[in-house]
Design a protein around this ligand. Sequence first.
Ligand SMILES: *Cc1c(COP(=O)(O)O)cnc(C)c1O
Length: 397
Amino acid sequence: MRSMIYADNAATTKMSETAVNTMISVIRENYGNASSLYSIGQQAKEILEEARRSVAETIGAEPSEILFTSGGSEADNQAILSAAELGRKNGKKHIVSTAFEHHAVLHTLEKLRREGFEITLLDVHENGIVRPEEAEKAIREDTCLVTVMYANNEIGTIQPVREIGEICRKRGVLFHTDAVQAVGHIPVNVKEDRIDLLSASAHKFHGPKGVGFLYARKGVRLTNLIEGGAQENGKRAGTENVPGIAAMAAALKEAAARMEQNRASLSEKRDRLIRGLKQIPHSALNGDAEHRLPGNVNFCFEGIEGESLLLLLDDKGIEASSGSACTSGSLDPSHVLLAIGRVHDVAHGSLRLSIGEETTNEEIDYIIRSVSEVTEYLRSFSPIWRDLESGKKPHIL
Ligand SMILES: *Cc1c(COP(=O)(O)O)cnc(C)c1O
């Protein structure tokens, strides 16, 4: 079998060697329960607290402000439901968010809507970026939470989090950000960004799956999702996933140490890929070209069906996605692409390539060649493309 080019790092990343080794070593040597008083229990407790210090440091938080979870989805749920619970107590039942959040956020908001909360979704505009002044205008007397993601998982656009954080702090409204795509990839500092609640997930920065964390600023009272023992300061019951947490901390430390270097070289490769794909007729980059994650490229091609494109690229050894991994399998076009104003037909022909540090320039060029060939081939027998070319239907891109 020939080697594959993995270009779906936004869906998940390969664990780093350091993270794998840390995990194996903790599984082998430190199998104690962190709540036990004998020495192997206490060793596990030490590993846990060292991981908490390390994770806290990389985002500018205090160790006591970090709560370990089973991943980004759980952190999103707990952050939003905690803010809603505080709002309910104060008679504030209005939440501000955006239409292109991850479903872990959107579906939690939908649940709250059914419970009587009012949700305002901010416009993300054509470039996929929220305008802080619009966030400010949306805040009301009864707003208990603003939740805006740090960077979008499909189109990679980076949001003006600091400006929104400052507005929220000034207006006395809690601010949560789903930073799953940002942490470990671009600088995030919870104090400078005025963040009250933040979600992160290890498997998006070369750590293991099934582990993540929630940052909750000191004084922000959390509501439990899981009741039971007194682990995690009584805020999340269940014996701690010590191997996973230790591996996450190791992966994050490594990602933070290499961030500047990786960010620069990855952005160059990303832009090379964007320049190449732009040469394909009737194509368009989705989301702002500048304010985007270093590894994210997302395109729409007219007259193309995304699923066919993915299958043919897979045949050529390229592993990519049409958008979010969570929505693949459904025939609806991406809610993110619809939110930035792409019409259904165009949104169906989308391709997300999320490259990583290991992607080479030769691989980038191979991807460009392959996407050009495959789009040309698919268009050669597409009835939609025929209508566009004959002028029966107007080109949009
Ligand atoms: C992957 C992802 C999540 C979910 O994280 P899990 O750890 O897989 O639960 C949430 N939000 C964003 C933006 C993501 O990319």
